[in-house]
Design a protein around this ligand. Sequence first.
Ligand SMILES: C[S@@+](CC[C@H](N)C(=O)[O-])C[C@H]1O[C@@H](n2cnc3c(N)ncnc32)[C@H](O)[C@@H]1O
Length: 281
Amino acid sequence: MAHQRELDNVTRFYQNHPINEEQILKALEDKGIDPARATENDLKAFDQDHYGGIAALESLMREAGITNRHNVLDVCSGMGGPARYLPHSIGCHVTGVDLTESRCAGATRLTRMVHLDKLVGFHHGNALEMPFADASFDVVMAQEAWAHIPDKPRLVAQVARVVKPHGVVAFTDIMRAAPLTQEVAQRLFDGMTFTQIESIEGYAALLEANGCTIERCTDLGREWTGILQQRHAMYRSMKPSTVAKFGEAGYRKYDDAYAFFVSLYEQGVLGGARFIARKRK
Ligand SMILES: C[S@@+](CC[C@H](N)C(=O)[O-])C[C@H]1O[C@@H](n2cnc3c(N)ncnc32)[C@H](O)[C@@H]1O
């Protein structure tokens, strides 16, 4: 596979990520919730690995017009938080696909734990070669993941291939708001495994070129700066569990990389957006 080195780095990064199954279960226990009795209402506070949590997911769901009749694909589904919340709140079917096998396995276990496994399933796979037939899904969604994916023309072509005619592509992602120097791009890859950070204009052109009409594009850069500062503080508050699992050096490496990432938002170099696009035919 082309880009194997980048994909392997992303997998390693998520195998050592502070948000993981063990930490989610511990967060439940710390709240006095027995995981064996936990519901999606309990879990949803701890398993969303994107900016803005449930409120951001609800904005995406509302703008995408997701209903209980829809068959939804979550590309880069992580620990499965968004994929579980959709059927919990709306009743639709969701499939998740993710590159990191341990995250698919963890997502599957958490989903079984809260009895949503009849409506949600996870596939271990690469978004650049999705194992789904053409026109399989009413909605294809994603949150804060595509910056890890090295070949955006191929990614958007895959997404447009699996969405049905008149279906919706709805996603948010980390985007560049100014040109990135080689040095900054390399630091973002080394620290956060962002392999290619697209711009709003770049995504818009790729969607249009792949038969999708943009219905809405909301710039989230300013909103995310505050969220990311809080998120960094949250990661720092998790230091004991991160050090216990990945060691002091692992914690330090992640913290330095995150501090640099947040500083790029503060300087207006990085931003983000929510795209809602409809497949023409
Ligand atoms: C920040 S997490 C987002 C998870 C989820 N969207 C959420 O909001 O909770 C990014 C996820 O993207 C996945 N990922 C990165 N590159 C991928 C690829 N090429 N194909 C599929 N998944 C990928 C990672 O394994 C990771 O689980």
